[in-house]
Each structure stands twice: as C-alpha cells, then as structure tokens.
Design a protein around this ligand. Structure first.
Ligand SMILES: Cc1cc2nc3c(=O)[nH]c(=O)nc-3n(C[C@H](O)[C@H](O)[C@H](O)COP(=O)(O)OP(=O)(O)OC[C@H]3O[C@@H](n4cnc5c(N)ncnc54)[C@H](O)[C@@H]3O)c2cc1C
Length: 409
C-alpha cells in the first residue's frame, strides 16, 4: 500500500467513468499514475450497455429542475452544472455524437449503448487510465491525511475518493445497495429508498385477460384524491398490473404514495365529445352491438374491459367516461431488481452541489445515483450521473491548480 493516488474512483459506471475521463483531460489533467478506478464487476460500464433498451438514452433536450426529485436547492444547482458542462458537447468531444428524437430523448447516432461504453473505454485506455475490475470496495476510512480504500483483497491510499457506486436498483449490474455504507461511515445520512422507473402492480380484476396488450394512453397518478403527475405513452398490461414507458414515467411519484391510484385515459388525443359523436354515429349503423361499442377504437379486449368498468354499456356517456377514466388501484411494484433507478439515497444536504464534495469529510466526493436525486424516464438519470462525475473531477483538479503536481506530496 505504498503509493498514494491523487484520486481513487469507486465504481466504473456512468458517473465514475466520466469522472475519470475528466480527471485525465485538459491542460490541468492528472497523470494516469495518479488516478485509479475500482470496479466490483468483471468489466466497467456493464449497466451502460443495458440502458435505453440497448440504445442508451443518455440525455434529454428538456433537462430542467422539474424532471428531478430530491432537495430542490441541490437540484437547481445541478442544473447550473449541467448547462455549464453541456453533455451533448462533452460527448461530441470524446467521440460520441448525439441525435434527438421527437420526445427530446438524446441517443448516440448509432443507437447502440454498447458503442457508448466502448468509446468511453477506448478514451480511458488511450489515456492509460488504470481500471481494476473484480475489486469490490468494502471499507473506507480517513487517517493521517489520506483515505484508506479497502477492497476485498487489497487496500489503496488516496488523497481524494470519488464514490460513484450507484444505488440499490438492478443488482445484476453490481448495484445492490451494499455500498451506501461507504458514505455512512463518515456520518452521511441515507433517506428512505424506493425502486423507481419500475413496473406497477395493480388490483387484478379490471386488467384480467389483458396480458400482453399495449395501448397508447395518458396515465395520471393520484395519492388518494391528490393529483401527482401524468404521462402520455405506452401502457403495457401484464399479469401483475401495468408496465410501459408511460407507467415508468409516473412510477417515480407513485412508489412513495400512501394510497396510489392510476387513471388511464385511452384515446388521449380525442376529446370526450369527439368519441361520443363517433359512438352515436356508429349506433345509427344498426349492426354494431353495445357489447362491441368500442371495437376498432381500442384493442377489442381492452374495449371489453372498459365496457365492464362502465357498468352500463347502453349508456354512451358512461362508456366514454370509463374509456377516459379507467381506474386501477396500485398494490405495489416489482421491486429493486426490476427498477431502473433508486429513489432516495445519500442525503444531499451534506454534499456541496457545485463540487459534489462531502460537507462531512474533505476530499470525499459523492456522485450519481448514490445520491438522493432521481429523474424522470427519458435520459435524465444518466445525464445527472455524467454531470455529477465530471463536476467532482473538475473540483478535484481545481484543488491542485497552480501547484507543482510532482512536488505536491
Ligand atoms: C436496465 C436499465 C436501463 C436504463 N436505461 C436508462 C436510460 O436509457 N437513460 C437513463 O438516463 N437512465 C437509464 N437507467 C438508469 C441509469 O443507468 C443509472 O441511473 C445510472 O447508470 C447511474 O449511474 P452511476 O454511475 O451513479 O451508477 P451505475 O451506473 O450503477 O454504476 C455504479 C458502478 O459501481 C460499481 N460498484 C458498486 N459498488 C461498488 C463497490 N463497493 N466497489 C466497487 N465498485 C462498486 C457497480 O458495479 C457499477 O458498475 C437505466 C437503468 C437500468 C437498470
């Protein structure tokens, strides 16, 4: 354990890898011998490859504070860092040009998540970045002016440590919630954790028989009578409830609600009046029975379920109302293993947002999903992780600016 690294980064995911890129870039770049990345998996960037259904939705044209949940002050400050860093420009510089889809979601031009991971890795390898895999860090302490970073087999020493260990969601990628302890050891508080961007379990009666059907709809979430949020997109019916991008989008508000309820509005682009007109006209045709009232408007089986919910298939008014307010009680979610993101994490009141440095331990930086910040579905979470990793790296480099790096020790 003789060498002291200027910076040890724990976690080779989105935040950790971009932190390493930034530490090794620019006029004030660290030498590769001063930086070490420790990753518990057998390779870095494993989760990145799975993001965005393999396409990596790595940013969004609409990034703003209202797409993030957590401490407002911290989030407002993050938005400033985001605008300054501009991930699209940053990624272009390292060789990953973006394209933006009609919903503002940004992807690499190739739409291949594995290519994003490849280029970041090529960039780091070109800078001779030392990345050690199969190194799970199990303890972290500070004494005599430096950190001791203890992995399962070795201990490393560092002037600065960047925790980029992710959260508790998707344990198959190395993020099982066991690494919060590394920050808690310095007195950091953990807010309650929930799975987010996750499938929702609902009462089964209304959705029985709909498994596998996907409808375009507007979905609104309520906590009892209190409106929470809504989203338009795909709703996929499953054996346990609902999934699909619209469900993921509202899930982040639903998971922590006491009495969560979903209202699904089918045919969201048509008004109730327009649908009433269609149904009234079809009645005049004489060959469409009440039981088929919604046939050719929505999926046939969905139509049957809506008619059942309307309780009065004779009444056009009640049918349209059921179509626009198909209500489901939420009974749970499919848990951390199926979630994309963790809601909750290390309390941001103890972290300085402009640097990501701990307020409780100098030289300790906390980034990415480990923090109590989660974003909507659509590239917001990766954007937060990338920017927080780069911010930490810039803050660390600033500490050394003007100092003769070789004589610093
Ligand atoms: C299937 C899936 C799809 C997703 N798609 C998108 C998307 O398209 N757009 C989007 O914005 N977000 C998406 N997300 C969310 C996004 O991937 C995460 O929010 C983001 O990766 C978090 O970045 P991070 O660097 O904080 O943590 P991670 O990327 O989770 O990286 C943490 C790394 O630290 C390592 N690690 C953990 N503990 C230790 C330890 N003790 N010692 C050493 N290493 C450790 C882990 O193995 C992991 O490699 C998706 C998530 C999943 C699961």
């Amino acid at each position: 354990m003789s060498k002291t690294y200027k910076s040890v980064i724990v976690g080779g995911g989105a935040a950790g890898l971009l932190c390493a890129v930034e530490l090794l870039s620019g006029k004030d770049a660290f030498s590769c011998s001063d930086v070490l990345v420790l990753e518990r998996n057998d390779r870095v960037g494993k989760k990145l490859v799975a993001t965005g259904n393999g396409q990596c939705n790595l940013d969004n044209a609409g990034v703003s504070a209202e797409h993030y949940y957590g401490n407002r002050e911290f989030i407002e400050c993050f938005i400033k860092q985001y605008n300054e860093i501009c991930p699209e420009r940053y990624f272009y510089k390292i060789g990953i040009p973006f394209e933006t889809d009609g919903d503002g979601r940004k992807y690499p031009l190739s739409r291949q998540a594995s290519a994003v991971s490849d280029i970041i890795r090529f960039c780091l390898e070109n800078k001779n970045c030392k990345m050690l895999t199969d190194r799970k860090v199990i303890a972290l302490s500070f004494s005599d002016g430096s950190f001791r970073v203890t992995a399962e087999k070795e201990t490393y020493r560092a002037e600065n440590v960047v925790l980029a260990v992710g959260g508790a969601a998707a344990r198959q990628f190395g993020t099982d919630g066991s690494s919060y302890v590394l920050a808690k050891g310095f007195g950091h508080r953990l807010t309650p954790l929930y799975p987010s961007l996750v499938q929702l379990k609902t009462e089964l009666g209304p959705v029985r028989g709909l498994k596998g059907i996907k409808e375009h709809a507007k979905i609104s979430a309520f906590d009892g009578k209190k409106y929470l949020c809504s989203a338009v997109g795909d709703v996929l019916f499953t054996e346990y409830g609902v999934s699909g991008n619209a469900v993921f989008s509202v899930s982040s508000r639903v998971v922590s609600a006491k009495d969560p309820i979903l209202k699904i509005e089918f045919l969201p682009e048509k008004t109730e009046r327009e649908i009433c007109d269609i149904l009234e006209y079809r009645k005049t045709l004489g060959y469409i029975d009440n039981k088929d009232a919604l046939c050719a408007l929505v999926n046939k089986r969905v139509g049957q379920a809506i008619l059942k919910a309307s309780c009065d298939p004779e009444s056009i008014q009640k049918t349209v109302s059921a179509l626009k307010n198909f209500t489901l009680k939420v009974t749970g979610n499919t848990g951390f293993n199926n979630a994309q993101v963790t809601k909750g994490g290390i309390d941001t009141r103890d972290v300085e947002c402009s640097t990501m440095e701990s307020r409780l331990q100098k030289g300790l930086y906390i980034t990415g999903e480990m923090l109590d910040v989660d974003g909507d579905c659509g590239g917001y979470n990766l954007a937060f992780s990338f920017v927080s990793g780069i911010t930490a790296a810039r803050a660390i480099k600033t500490k050394y600016r003007g100092k003769d790096i070789n004589k610093f020790w």
